[in-house]
Design a protein around this ligand. Structure first.
Ligand code: COA
Length: 698
């Protein structure tokens, strides 16, 4: 095995390099090797000062998250850091890339921190459902103050080098080469007494019980049902109240407790899941990508404009085309407004706005797309229209250009087959608003070439999306599953639950929004039209999304018409007696008995259809792995990350419990349309006592 930590002593300076690609994570073996290198350097008289840094693209990016499921093994990282800090020779942390979690904790244990101008430092543990466990909550507040430390560790957001310097989390930003500056710092510090962070007084700022209580309250409010952020406040409060060693012990105990929680397991599942989705079986990581510099977008509606903004933000040249002058002007306006708002909010410099707009061209002529490397069609969701556009693109675009459709439901193969180059055609399903939502479903057609898929998956990362590969089917992964979820949420209304009760049960459970509020936001008409597009395949069930259909026909199209499942006035969304009456009338007409529901029953009625449809999607090969489905739902549909996604949730409650629950619903509600017949894969895994996570196609 390659050496994980190198030690080189030269000119009085011991340089310790952690070399564990790709991100120098602290596995057990790295901890052992670092401890040994530090001990050797301290013991070696030739070394008067030490530098710790990382090989490759980054400083240490934290503990090895893969080891979290196993029992802890000594040495614990905190112990190695304590040895570094306690040493009698000055130790300099030289930071490039990202010093995160355990990596930043090592830097905090060093006596001097220098970084390059692009470096980032932070404690992202809360994003994994835990808190720092190797002194982060005890040392950071001694450098930057309690309030700033709570903000940093409680949000998990990294600080830029400039911010870290201003706050006091680092001591210097290297003006030139990092290692040259680090050596100079080590020389300067040689012979001086090490400045130990644990011995530093707190830099002032509030520390009263009332202050901590308010911080805890704010964290709880901001992170409903999610214990890690308020626990950061507990740990930092402990830092101000008890001796440093005792504080460390408390922090470690909090960390251990949270690490074993289902929430943390769910968040770790998603951490790896968001990276796993980039691995496509049969498409090697080193597949050569088609170069993309210029991007075309056909259609300047809300979606097209949002897509254009994504690529402009990532530095591409973007050409947008439209069929009519007014539509083009509207598109220009939408894009400009998005940037104006960013500038107003101070999130974008005016020069950056100019730069982005300078890279944008708008045209009524599709000939403007002749040189683009990738073109994304974002026109009206209609097969005829899309096929017509693809015929034109086929005629206009240069050989090798990737032709993508932003269809959300249509059969990509029918679109690809009107071109002479179906191997270059792919689906890119963005979610609205496209410049904000993180999810991108990349849809593989029957003939899509592997390098086209690899290029789109990589482009997804460049525009800051999480790209998940889906096969072709109606609605792809996300919208296909959404159908069953919506079907049950609306059926519950006919059985006696109210619109608010269903939405509240699901938001209390953790969904970002309730299903009815989502449809009101996206458009009752949009949801209706999606159903219309698939009507031939829907069951002949007179209750199927009946209330949604009725509301559509009444012109209650949701927020945009101020009326949908809710009515919208000055107070926001409110129950509407008219809708309640409509539901009662329809239930009476269909002779559906009314009853009351517990929140748990509502949640299960809506979630079990997701789980069984997800199983079917897996079985059909539409999604590659269950985690791909989880990522789709957490990144695109407001599924609570701390529950890991619908498939992880199914695994967590047990697949047999899902099967049993569906049998219970079949008994109460009947099963005329097979809604409550579990997908074969679900039945099989439940019978075998297995999980979706364990399952693989091979
Ligand atoms: N432990 C184990 N593996 C890790 C890891 C960690 N802390 N951080 C990253 N990796 C792995 C990823 O799973 C990925 O593996 P893969 O290539 O097999 O899919 C690989 O390292 C590269 O990571 P990726 O995130 O794709 O690289 P990036 O350059 O886009 O981002 C970081 C680099 C460091 C910013 C990012 O990986 C990150 O945020 N890591 C986690 C940091 C963290 O939370 N630390 C605290 C842990 S307590």
């Amino acid at each position: 095995m390659a050496e994980l930590v190198h030690l080189a002593i030269e000119d009085g300076i011991a340089v310790i390099t952690v070399d564990n690609p790709p991100v120098n994570a602290f596995s057990h073996a790295v901890r052992v090797a670092l401890q040994s290198a530090v001990r050797n350097a301290f013991a070696n008289a030739a070394a008067k000062a030490l530098i710790i840094h990382g090989a490759g693209k980054t400083f240490m990016a934290g503990s090895d998250i893969k080891e979290f499921d196993a029992p802890p093994k000594d040495p614990w990282l905190g112990e190695v850091i304590d040895e570094i800090e306690a040493g009698s020779k000055p130790v300099v942390a030289a930071i490039h890339g990202t010093a995160l979690g355990g990596g930043f904790e090592v830097a905090l244990g060093c006596h001097y921190r220098i970084c390059d101008a692009k470096a980032k430092v932070g404690l992202p543990e809360v994003t994994l459902g835990i808190i720092p466990g190797a002194g982060g909550t005890q040392r950071l507040p001694r450098l930057i103050g309690v309030e700033a430390a709570i903000a940093t560790a409680g949000s998990g957001k990294p600080m830029s080098a400039a911010e870290a310097l201003k706050k006091g989390a680092v001591d210097e930003i290297a003006s030139g080469d990092l290692m040259t500056a680090a050596r100079a710092a080590a020389k300067r510090l040689t012979g001086t007494a090490p400045r130990r962070t644990s011995e530093q007084p707190f830099p002032g700022g509030p520390q009263t019980p009332a202050f901590f209580e308010a911080q805890r309250g704010a964290m709880k409010k901001r992170n409903r049902g999610f214990p890690a952020p308020p626990t950061v406040v507990d740990a930092i409060e402990a830092a101000t109240k008890v001796a440093f060693r005792e504080g460390l012990a408390r922090e470690r105990a909090f960390n251990a407790e949270l690490k074993d929680s289902l929430q943390s397991k769910a968040l770790r599942h998603l951490f790896f899941g968001e990276r796993t989705v980039a691995h496509i079986p049969g498409i090697p990581k080193d597949t050569s990508l088609r170069p993309i510099e210029a991007v075309g977008v056909v259609g300047a509606g809300t979606m097209g404009a949002g897509i254009a903004v994504n690529f402009l933000n990532a530095g591409y040249r973007v050409a947008v085309t439209e069929a009519k002058e007014e539509a083009l002007a509207r598109g220009r306006n939408t894009i400009t407004k998005i940037y104006d708002r960013e500038v107003e909010k101070g999130r974008l410099k005016p020069e950056a706005r100019e730069d982005r707009l300078n890279r944008l061209t708008l045209s009524l002529d599709m000939g403007a797309l002749k040189d683009v490397d990738l073109v994304i069609e974002a026109a009206f969701e209609d097969m005829g229209i899309k096929q017509e556009i693809f015929r034109k693109l086929d005629a206009v675009c240069k050989p090798g250009a990737i032709l993508a459709s932003n269809t959300s439901t249509l059969d990509l193969n029918q679109i690809a087959n009107v071109t002479q180059r179906p191997q270059d055609v792919i689906g890119t399903h963005f979610f609205s608003p496209a410049h904000i939502m993180r999810l991108l479903e990349v849809v593989r057609g029957a003939k899509t070439a592997n390098d086209v898929i690899a290029t789109l998956m990589a482009a997804g990362k460049k525009i800051d999306k999480v790209a998940v590969l889906s096969g072709v089917c109606f609605g792809f992964i996300g919208n296909r599953m959404f159908e069953g979820y919506v079907r049950e949420s609306q059926r519950l209304l006919l059985e006696g639950a109210t619109v608010q009760q269903v939405d509240k049960a699901l938001t209390d459970w953790g969904m970002a929004m309730g299903p009815h509020a989502v449809i009101d936001l996206a458009g009752v008409d949009v949801s209706f039209l999606t159903r219309e597009g698939n009507r031939a395949n829907l069951p002949p069930d007179p209750t199927y999304c009946l209330i949604g259909d009725k509301l559509h026909h009444l012109g209650r199209h949701g927020q945009k018409t101020k009326k949908g499942f809710y009515k919208y006035g000055e107070k926001g969304a409110e129950a509407d007696p008219e809708v309640e009456q409509l539901i009662r009338d329809e239930a009476g007409r269909l002779k559906i008995a009314q009853r009351t529901f517990t929140d748990q029953e509502i949640v299960e009625r809506c979630l079990f259809p997701l789980i069984t449809e997800g199983a079917q999607i897996l079985d059909e090969g539409i999604a590659l792995r269950s985690v791909d489905i989880d990522v789709v739902w957490c990144a695109g549909y407001g599924f609570p990350r701390f529950r890991g996604g619908p498939m992880f949730h199914g695994d967590a409650i047990g697949l047999q419990a899902v099967v049993d629950g569906m049998a219970r619903f079949a008994k109460v509600q009947g099963n005329d349309y097979g809604y409550w017949t579990p997908a074969p894969l679900l039945t099989k895994l439940a019978a075998e006592g297995k999980t979706f996570k364990e399952w693989s196609r091979t």
